[in-house]
Design a binder for this molecule. Structure first.
Ligand SMILES: Cc1cc2nc3c(=O)[nH]c(=O)nc-3n(C[C@H](O)[C@H](O)[C@H](O)COP(=O)(O)O)c2cc1C
Length: 398
């Protein structure tokens, strides 16, 4: 099909499009769609047509790995009633068409396991990601009492959680292990454990929210105990060939909160327990997951991924406000991260992985596109010679 590189195409492979193998999982490139909730679960927290189309677009768009959004390990841990769950067999079965589709496109598919903790039963992003209001309840939103490390709410106006007893913390380990077993049974390629954004496990880690005085609180070791026991239990449910990710809030963004030194120590403990990649996010401990406690800028979380990678010697995923191919490639070239997650920019353009390949001088004859698209786009190049580039930018108007 190709008669060699044209239009500035290169045969050298940028790092972004080098394969990356973690345990037995070979990713075709370093581009990942991070977990993003969309409140479109079917009845009973099952996966249906929305997720097949929504996540399927990213497979057709060339991503190496796509994560299913925060998926609850138990019903009380749903962040919002419209979120996905993976605590029962009906939910396991519901993921099968999506997983089969992704595999057919040679895109790996992961699932983020989550528990909302004291932020369970809260608003959707479009409602504000805060506590449910009277107006939300009148409009039909479902309210239930969440659980947390203590009976302290996230902030004023949020639901008062019920404090988990020591015995319930121990049982929580089994709840996560069961969900992990279900994820393996469904056929996912990888699992990510959500310990970020103020949800249950983040609220155990942070001294802002965990003021317990049993073995699951106190000093940093005590606060890390529940997340680490869960990591161990989840790892035991996974085949040795299956990689495990953990998403962290690298910093709470408050002086008295969880900080980067804590994250490095946590990452070392994760590595010792068989975690393969630390996904470095931030914030969310005392407000919505989007509350701007950490100042925003282009790639502002990348230094977190860099420090974890260097000091804990574990692979990292960089995420947040990564907007262009050259920016993403530079992060990898500088050794700041191993994988690049692209969230909202992939909502804006689900084909962004393919477009970034073009931007970096690869794939100029659409070789890596699914052939049902690539064949046609390659044929069109000749048709447009003299008035448009292969990607359809008009160069000459009549
Ligand atoms: C619509 C939407 C839903 C999100 N849902 C989740 C989620 O389920 N779990 C999670 O850890 N982060 C979630 N996030 C955060 C994203 O995974 C990502 O970290 C964030 O969007 C920053 O990356 P970006 O600047 O590339 O969008 C969500 C973000 C968006 C935009």
């Amino acid at each position: 099909m190709s008669d060699g590189p044209t239009n500035g195409c290169t045969t050298a492979r940028p790092k972004l499009f080098e394969p990356f193998t973690i345990r037995g999982l070979a990713l075709k490139n370093r581009l990942v769609v991070p977990p993003m909730v969309h409140y479109r679960a079917e009845a009973g927290g099952t996966c249906g047509a929305f997720h097949l189309v929504h996540l399927g677009r990213y497979a057709l768009g060339g991503f190496g790995l796509v994560f299913v959004e925060a998926t609850a390990v138990e019903e009380i841990g749903l962040i919002n009633e419209h979120d996905l769950g993976i605590w029962n067999d009906a939910q396991v079965e519901s993921f099968r068409p999506l997983i089969a589709f992704m595999k057919r496109q040679n895109t790996a598919i992961g699932i983020q396991l989550a528990h909302g903790g004291r932020k369970s039963s809260s608003q959707t992003a479009m409602q504000g990601m805060g506590p449910l209001t009277e107006a939300n309840l009148k409009a039909g939103a479902k309210r239930w009492q969440p659980v947390g490390p203590t009976a302290e709410p996230v902030a004023k106006g949020w639901l008062t959680p019920r404090q988990l007893t020591t015995a319930e913390c121990k049982a929580m380990v089994g709840t996560w292990a069961h969900a992990a077993k279900n994820a393996v049974k469904a056929g996912f390629d990888t699992i990510e454990i959500h310990t970020a954004h103020g949800y249950l496990l983040a609220s155990f880690l942070s001294p802002v929210s965990n003021t317990r005085n049993d073995e699951y609180g106190g000093d940093r070791a005590g606060r890390m105990r529940l997340p680490l026991e869960i990591v161990e239990a989840v790892r035991k449910q996974m085949p040795a060939s299956m990689p495990l990710f953990v998403r962290v809030s690298s910093v709470d963004g408050t002086v008295e909160g969880w900080n980067m030194d804590d994250t490095v120590v946590f990452a070392r403990e994760l590595k010792a327990r068989g975690v393969d990649v630390v996904d470095c996010s931030s914030g969310g401990i005392s407000g919505s997951a989007t509350a701007a406690q950490v100042p925003r800028a282009l790639g502002f979380q990348v230094p977190f991924a860099e420090r974890v990678r260097k000091e804990a010697e574990i692979a990292t995923m960089a995420v947040r406000i990564i907007l262009e191919a050259q920016q993403a490639e530079a992060i990898l070239q500088k050794g700041q991260a191993d994988l690049i997650a692209v969230g909202r920019q992939s909502q804006y353009n689900p084909n962004i992985a393919h477009h970034w390949a073009h931007d970096l001088g690869l794939n100029c004859r659409f070789e890596d596109w699914t052939p049902e698209y690539g064949w046609w786009l390659e044929k069109r190049i000749k048709t447009m010679e003299g008035f448009a580039t292969p990607t359809g930018t008009v160069t000459h108007r009549p």
